[in-house]
Design a protein around this ligand. Structure first.
Ligand SMILES: [Zn+2]
Length: 171
């Protein structure tokens, strides 16, 4: 089921999410299925549970955007255990539609997490995947990409969003 993606301004997006403690449950499998469906329908390459209003440490990533099945990654309770280098690239967010800005992040990361069955998984990521892992892991800590911008830029985006909210164009 495609869920509604919550937009910037909702508290859940700026709240640290709770760890998942029960694995292999029908509820968890259904939640993950909904997240894939919602992400693909929004043409995103990553989605974190808080973005559908669920404050749990769960994210799905597919930087191939549905092209390659083996690039689908589910990260539950992820932890970035190693980072190296730096990369700067344009970033956007399904919860902040219409805004894209360059963000500097680590070039390479290693992430440890659990899969849907509670099995430990580990991925070494670079380039776009490393960016997506960092962006999605941030979501689980209530951090958005605009938090990585200068105060000036962030305030400008916030002002534009407030205007859209007032006009009823930010639902
Ligand atoms: Zn995002």
């Amino acid at each position: 089921m495609v869920r509604k993606i919550v937009k910037y301004g909702e508290t859940v997006l700026e709240t640290a999410a709770e760890p998942i403690t029960e694995f292999s449950t029908p509820e968890l499998h259904a939640l993950i299925a909904d997240m894939w469906e919602t992400m693909y329908s929004a043409k995103g390459v990553g989605l974190a549970a808080p973005q559908i209003g669920v404050s749990k440490r769960l994210t799905v990533i597919d930087v191939s955007a549905g092209e390659r099945e083996d690039e689908k990654i589910v990260l539950i309770n992820p932890e970035i255990v190693f980072e190296e280098g730096s990369q700067t690239g344009e970033e956007g967010c399904l919860s902040i539609p219409g805004f894209r800005e360059p963000v500097t992040r680590s070039a390479k990361v290693r992430v440890r997490a659990k899969d849907a069955h509670g099995e430990a998984v580990e991925y070494d990521a670079e380039e776009l995947l490393a960016r997506a892992v960092q962006h999605e892991a941030d979501h689980l800590n209530g951090i958005l990409f605009i938090n990585h911008l200068s105060t000036l830029k962030r305030d400008m985006i916030r002002r534009k969003i407030r205007k859209l909210q007032k006009a009823g164009e930010w639902e």
